[in-house]
Ligand binder design. Structure first.
Ligand code: SAH
Length: 346
């Protein structure tokens, strides 16, 4: 009976070193292989040219490298690129490259599908199938970094966990991926250029604070009134605003990091003065920034972007309360690559 080969990238460097010692080789061999796997992006054991043929064969007999494959790449009129990424078990996720004058940002997925049920988000229609492994998250970033160099002549500068899935429901793997992305053995990126976006899982926000993570936190708030939020993000029933707020206070007390809120203003849902009042009351306990995101329609018109006057009201009221506010235009809409549009259509 053939035993299932292990994913070699599930091993830590220490485990890899120990493996070689057990095989009668030197621990140092583990460092070499580790470097091939994480810094040099080897897709096969064949690639590892400074490792002897016998050793490569032995690795082949014991392990697999579950590398992702970019199945299709679509390019938007505005330069945004969307990758449909095939995983080793045939499932697919999507990731996006967003180029601007000053930066190129990778938007990566953390789960196949999503277990949350935000009613305005296309991903919520794919039920959660599984969590991504750290190497599958890392590979998405590497693929986008390569595309950024190839098409825009510069390396990737920022990463946002705003693709498919809820990163805090796959916290350990996201953390491991970020470790690789930020370590010198991986991509050596600064954690300050990484944003993890969550719909708000209070327990995990506290855990992040305890773990003293160095990346940034963004919260998809969309409403600071429980009744409204539950109607558009039903899991708010389980994690109500009071719990979220308490976790954010804990986060801020520990990290002193500004909190970013993502917020879409919809017609007849959250476009009144009382909605802005509630938002201000919710976030003024700490330095905050509100990103007003443009709504990307995914359905037959149940949700509609609020008119400009409503956006203007949000901007002026927030500014009057010393809350930083930005209005963000969508990118990549023509190829279904914008926020909330990732649904493995291709
Ligand atoms: N689960 C995480 C990350 C994925 S969603 C989170 O909720 O933050 C990334 C962002 O896109 C979130 O702020 C989400 O609320 C927003 N979003 C989802 N659907 C959208 C849509 N149709 N139009 C605009 N933004 C949307």
């Amino acid at each position: 009976m053939e035993t299932k080969k292990k994913d070699i990238r599930a091993l830590t460097k220490e485990q890899l070193r120990n493996f070689f010692v057990k095989e009668g080789d030197q621990a140092f061999r583990g460092n070499q292989v580790y470097e091939w796997l994480w810094s040099k992006g080897a897709h096969s054991f064949e690639d590892m040219t400074n490792i002897s043929k016998e050793t490569r064969q032995m690795l082949e007999d014991n392990f697999v490298i579950n590398h992702i494959r970019v199945d299709t790449m679509q390019k938007s009129n505005d330069g945004t690129i969307k990758n449909a990424v095939r995983l080793h078990d045939g499932l697919t996720v999507e990731s996006v490259l967003i180029p601007t004058k000053s930066r190129t940002t990778a938007c990566v997925s953390s789960q196949v599908g999503c277990s949350l049920d935000c009613r305005f988000c296309a991903t919520s229609r794919l039920k959660r199938m599984r969590n991504l492994n750290p190497d599958e998250i890392f590979d998405q970033v590497v693929a986008i970094d390569n595309e950024s160099r190839l098409y825009y002549d510069k390396p990737l500068s920022n990463i946002v966990f705003m693709g498919m899935g809820e990163p805090l429901m796959n916290y350990n793997n996201v953390l491991k991926a970020i470790d690789k992305i930020t370590s010198d053995e991986g991509l050596g990126m600064s954690p300050k250029r990484i944003v993890v976006s969550t719909s708000g899982v209070p327990k995990m926000i506290k855990k992040m604070a305890d773990d003293e993570v160095k990346f940034k936190l963004a919260v998809s708030l969309h409403s600071a009134i429980d009744e409204v939020r539950t109607s558009i993000m039903p899991f708010n029933e389980t994690f109500p605003l009071a719990d979220l707020r308490e976790a954010l206070e804990y986060w801020y007390a520990k990290t002193k990091n500004r909190i970013t809120y993502e917020y879409v203003v919809w017609k007849d849902i959250n476009d009144k003065k009382k909605d802005v009042d509630a938002l201000i009351a919710f976030c003024k306990f700490a330095p905050s920034k509100v990103n007003l995101i443009e709504y990307n329609p995914i359905d037959d018109g149940e949700f509609q972007q609020a008119p400009d006057q409503a956006i203007d009201m949000y901007v002026s009221m927030l500014e009057a309360n010393n809350i930083t506010v930005t209005v963000r235009r969508s990118r990549g809409k023509d190829i279904d690559a914008a926020c909330g549009q990732l649904a493995n259509k291709s």
